[in-house]
Design a protein around this ligand. Structure first.
Ligand code: ZN
Length: 303
């Protein structure tokens, strides 16, 4: 991890310089993780290394509610701890553990609600176990019970690609813009199952550079695995407009754009779509943890 903190942890005052302490082994952080696991009725031995955590993090059956929570929540949790660290360090303000836990829960629930109506609509996989877990999480919308009033503005909810297509959602984050940066993307099939995903820190730069880099690296990953037709989707208007030749970005972005177009133009079919940030939460969360120094690269077997 690239982060060098103060010699004392701002959350527990212990001597520590590492990001693994801050996000995982710090008593403050580990209490967050324990409370979170308790809500999932999950007994988990936490590793003391954030990279190992992502490698060993359990993922369950593809479309269940639990799997949605398990996918998203670690990033939400890490992000809330990081925000609290910054609040204490730069604003000399502190929130108590209970309010942090509430924020983690509501950030997770918001993320789940924005992507899950599709997955949960496949109610065959909405198990009694899921139903039980959802009672521990205030605010989760269960579409089978409220299908008619969960429609929100177009482009604010993630939707799956057509059969024989995959969808790549990408995002970039820069803390400070310019500042420490990271990219994130996730590639899913028509059932909403994840085929591949990545979080990767990149050298400090701007949000736009991070966005274009995320798309380029996602496309390279996709090409390496030789899969079906692709829809690329992001909340970066400038990136999507540049692909559609509706905007001319600056020369640094142009260099990345050329790489993106080279790949896209080599394909038989592709689409580029702009969506709202609420529908891009997974890529958003991945890019944010990457900007903190975390690396994740995962590809499903058999693809
Ligand atoms: Zn600490």
């Amino acid at each position: 991890m690239g982060y060098e903190g103060p010699s004392r942890c701002i959350l527990c005052k212990a001597q520590s310089k590492t990001v693994d302490h801050l996000l995982l082994t710090c008593p403050f952080a580990s209490k967050c993780w324990r409370c979170f696991c308790a809500k999932l009725e999950l007994i988990l031995v936490l590793p003391n290394d954030i990279k190992l955590l992502f490698q060993s993090w359990p993922l369950h059956t593809k479309e269940s509610l639990l799997s949605q929570i398990m996918e998203i929540a670690p990033s939400c949790l890490i992000w809330e701890i990081w925000k609290e660290r910054n609040r204490r360090l730069f604003e000399s303000k502190a929130r108590n553990q209970k309010s942090i836990l509430n924020s983690i829960e509501s950030a997770t629930v918001d993320s789940i609600n924005s992507i899950s109506s599709f997955a949960l609509n496949q109610s065959k996989v909405f198990t009694s176990w899921d139903r039980k877990i959802s009672q521990n999480w205030q605010g989760i919308i269960i579409p089978s019970l409220s299908r008619h009033n969960t429609i929100s503005r177009k482009g604010a909810i993630w939707s799956p690609p057509k059969p024989d297509w995959v969808k790549l959602n990408f995002d970039g984050a820069s803390k400070g813009n310019p500042g420490p940066s990271g990219i994130g993307y996730v590639i899913k099939d028509q059932l909403g199952a994840i085929i591949g995903k990545m979080a990767k820190p990149i050298p400090p730069d701007t949000n736009n550079i991070a966005e274009f880099t995320a798309l380029l690296l996602g496309l390279k990953d996709y090409i390496n695995h030789g899969i079906k037709n692709i829809i690329v989707e992001g909340d970066s208007e400038i990136a999507i407009n540049a692909i559609r030749k509706k905007a001319t970005p600056n020369w640094r972005l142009q260099a990345l754009l050329e790489g993106i177009l080279e790949i896209l133009n080599s394909l038989d079919l592709f689409e580029a779509k702009h969506i709202y940030r609420e529908a891009n939460t997974e890529a958003d969360a991945l890019s944010k943890v990457a900007a903190l120094g975390a690396s994740i690269h995962w590809w499903s077997q058999g693809s």
